[in-house]
Structure formats: C-alpha cells, structure tokens
Design a protein around this ligand. Structure first.
Ligand SMILES: Cc1cc2nc3c(=O)[nH]c(=O)nc-3n(C[C@H](O)[C@H](O)[C@H](O)COP(=O)(O)OP(=O)(O)OC[C@H]3O[C@@H](n4cnc5c(N)ncnc54)[C@H](O)[C@@H]3O)c2cc1C
Length: 405
C-alpha cells in the first residue's frame, strides 16, 4: 500500500470522526485508517462551537439512540477524561418551568429522564430552586446533578492524539471535493492529490449529505444549517448563574431553548437560539452562500419544513434581530439579567437533517450504503455521546466492512 492508500477513510475531523478513527485504530490495528479534514485543524465546526455541556440524557424519547447513547456516552467520556487529566465539572443543571402551564411538560421530561436512566433527578419547588440558583425564577424545576461542562475541542484533540498514537493518519487541510467509486475502491479528490480508500465513514457534519451525494447515493435527507447565537455575560454579572439553567423546551423541536451555560474557565454564556442559516458555515448573520441556499430552495423537504414551522421560524428570526426580545427570553429564567450584561456575541451552526416530508429528524441517524457508513444526523447530544456513537459505528463497520481483528 502506498502512502495515499487506506483501508478506511473517515471524512471529517470533528469529535465523531475522531472518536471513530480512535476506536477503529485501537480495535483493528492491522487496517490503515486516515481522517481527512478540510480545515487546517480539527474541531473547527460544530465540535468547536457548542455549549460544552455533558448532557445527562433527560430529553430524548426512551429507546431512541439519543437516549441510549447519551447516558453511556457521558459515562465513557468522563472515564476518558479522568484517565487523561482533561478537566470537566459536574456543575448540575436546572430545567425551569416558569409558570403552571409548563408544569405538565416538565413532569413529562422528568418521566422521560427517569426512564432513560438519568441519575439523581430531583423535582424541586421554588425554594429549593433558589437554593441551587439564587437568581433563577420559576414555579417548579428538574434538578439534574449528573449534568456537567467540558471543553469539547480539548476532548477532540485528545482523540486525535490517541488515534495517531494507534497508527492512524490525520490529514488536515484535505477537503474531499469529489469521490469516484470503481472496482471496489473510492478515489477521493483532494488538493493533495488522489487518496484511495476501500471503505468510507462519512462524518462530515454540516456537509454529510453533500459527501453522500458525491458517492451518487440518495440518503433521503438534506442538512439544513441552524445557527445558534449566544452572548457572554459580563464577568462582574456572571455570579447570576452558578451552573446551567434551561427552559422547558418545545417538544416538537430538537432544540433546547435559549439557556444559561457556565463554561469551563468560569465564564457564563446565554443562548443559543436556533435561526435558519443561509450558509452551512453561516456563523455570521450576514453570511450567504448561493449554492447552499439554492440547494435548500430546490429541496421539497425545506418548503414543507418552512410551512410546518413558519411561526416558530419567524419568532426566532425576530428574537435574533431584536436584542431586547432575546433578553426578555433570558429574563423569564433569570429576571435580573439586563441587556447591558450581554457582550461578545458568538454563534455555532447545527447540522440538522430534514427529511422529504419536512420533518426535522429528532434522533441520531447513521445509514449504510455499499462500503460506506454515513453519520447523517448527529446534533446535540452528539458531543456527549461521541464515544458511544463511535462504538456503534465501529460495530457496524466491523460487520458490513467484514473487518478482522
Ligand atoms: C450551537 C451548538 C450547541 C451544541 N451544544 C452541545 C452540547 O452542549 N452538548 C453536546 O453533547 N452537543 C452539543 N452540540 C452538538 C455537538 O456539537 C455535535 O453533536 C458534534 O460536534 C458533532 O460532531 P461531528 O464530528 O459530527 O461534526 P463537526 O464537529 O461539525 O465535524 C465535521 C467535520 O467535517 C469536516 N468536513 C466537512 N466536509 C468535509 C469534506 N468534504 N472533506 C473533509 N472534511 C470535511 C468539517 O470541516 C468538520 O471539521 C451543539 C451543537 C451546536 C452547533
């Protein structure tokens, strides 16, 4: 085998691609594995632009992959970090019902969380709520002590180090621009020339559907990017939040609602919202990509989604443009927060798969096509679940790629 020939190529050096390559190279050292990442460094997209929360697995439909992968993933992640000295903090989280109307949905979340095995959940009234978060307001809340915070960029870099130690290659600045599949080999077109791989694992996040299309396969979904905008809270006001304070989410959407997040390092962020982005990497409101936008407009699922969720979409756009509206959402959870407490706006972009009927996929979605595995939907809690998702992918690869240990 020459230097640009691999048994398995993983496309995408985010937390899931790296976790997958780490596990593959550990379990199957006889195979040549490479991660191809288009950026100059790993973890520059979703993995490096998220809220940094280790989720406990409360929200997800019992029996779903999100529910199954999140709680085991969180445990595996903490074990990995303990062994390598990577900092995390189990600071706990409150999900707060701001009025009586939200209480039945909160109770349903409590039932789900308990069924999913989220440990230590406690339903608390206003007094206990104030003990945990003295500046939060609400009629009832779920306290989850088993929720924490971490820096996922650091975790992803640790996965990258480990996979290289196991003998896998990390090829950064290597965008895959086209794939030709013939005679049982994939010929990957990249600026560093043609790279050959027998099997592919597509972990391209915001571009996962485009990579699948390069193979000429129809995976039945399109990735629609949703920007999540947030602000930092000024350090002198960060005492308003001790841990994580979340609202009761809208159950029809896969987003958790604008919340407060303590970060590793002690700063506090407020957000993110969920606004349709006009580019897959549309971190700025003004970022527009003609190809991405035309792609959405030509997709029936996009129009059906827009019809179904037009009201929520409009409200989110409005809240994105009018800061006072954003602040009012935050004040429902922490009334003392003021507009002048928010600074340093930032954003991440979520890769959300939308099916042809306009449905936003609620669960993770991992599909197989001949000699390839595609991670088509891995939004939150994908980072928490990276080690259990990678375990699932490697088991799948072991079977369908017929790998021998
Ligand atoms: C705003 C926000 C908040 C979130 N909060 C949380 C949280 O608190 N907790 C949690 O568990 N999860 C959270 N998530 C979800 C989590 O970040 C994702 O589940 C996870 O990062 C997905 O990892 P990934 O490797 O699939 O994708 P990515 O990190 O996006 O990686 C994909 C990689 O593929 C590369 N790539 C794409 N196309 C190509 C190509 N053609 N050739 C080569 N490389 C390519 C990209 O450059 C990128 O590096 C959040 C996400 C967002 C956006």
């Amino acid at each position: 085998m020459n230097s640009s020939e691999y048994d398995i190529a993983v496309i995408g050096g985010g937390i899931i691609g790296l976790a997958t390559a780490m596990r593959l190279s550990q379990e199957y050292p006889r195979y040549r594995v490479a991660v191809l990442e288009k950026e100059r460094e790993v973890a520059l997209h979703q993995t490096g632009h998220n809220s940094g929360v280790i989720h406990a697995g409360i929200y997800y439909a019992p029996g779903s992959q999100k529910a199954n992968f999140c709680s085991t993933g969180g445990t595996l992640l903490r074990q990995f970090c303990d062994e390598r000295g990577i900092e995390y903090e189990m600071c706990g989280k409150l999900i707060v019902a701001i009025d009586d109307e939200e209480v039945p949905r909160l109770e349903e979340l409590f039932r789900r969380g308990t069924e999913n095995g989220a440990q230590g959940l406690e339903m608390v009234g206003p007094e206990r709520l104030r003990e945990i978060e003295p500046h939060a307001a609400g009629v009832q809340a779920i306290f989850s002590p088993n929720t924490g915070i971490i820096d996922y960029t650091r975790v992803a870099r640790a996965y990258a180090i480990e996979m290289r130690e196991n003998g896998a290659d990390l090829l950064t600045s290597t965008p895959v621009r086209g794939i030709d599949a013939r005679d049982g080999t994939h010929y990957l077109m990249t600026p560093r020339g043609e790279i050959r791989a027998k099997r592919l694992i597509n972990c391209a996040g915001l571009h996962a559907d485009s990579v699948a299309r390069m193979l000429g396969v129809d995976v039945g979904v399109r990735i629609i990017p949703f920007r999540g905008e947030y602000f930092s809270i000024r350090p002198e006001r960060a005492h308003l939040v001790k841990g994580l304070i979340y609202p009761v989410p809208d159950p029809s959407l896969p987003f958790l609602g604008v919340h407060f997040t303590k970060r590793i390092g002690g700063s506090v962020e407020a957000g993110p919202n969920a606004v349709l982005a006009l580019a897959r990497e549309g971190y700025a409101k003004t970022r527009f990509d003609l190809g991405d936008t035309l792609g959405h407009l030509g997709y029936a699922g996009f129009w059906r989604m827009s019809l179904r969720f037009w009201k929520t979409g409009f409200q989110e756009q409005y809240r994105s443009l009018v800061k006072s509206k954003f602040v009012r959402s935050l004040q429902t959870l922490v009334p003392e927060v003021r507009a002048e407490d928010l600074y340093e706006p930032g954003a991440g972009v979520r890769a959300q798969a939308v099916d042809r009927r306009g449905g936003l996929l609620q669960d993770f979605s991992i599909a197989e096509t001949p000699n390839a595995i595609h991670v088509l939907n891995a939004p939150s809690p994908g980072a928490t679940s990276s080690l259990s998702i990678s375990r699932y992918i490697v088991d799948l690869a072991s079977e369908s790629f017929e790998l021998a240990a």
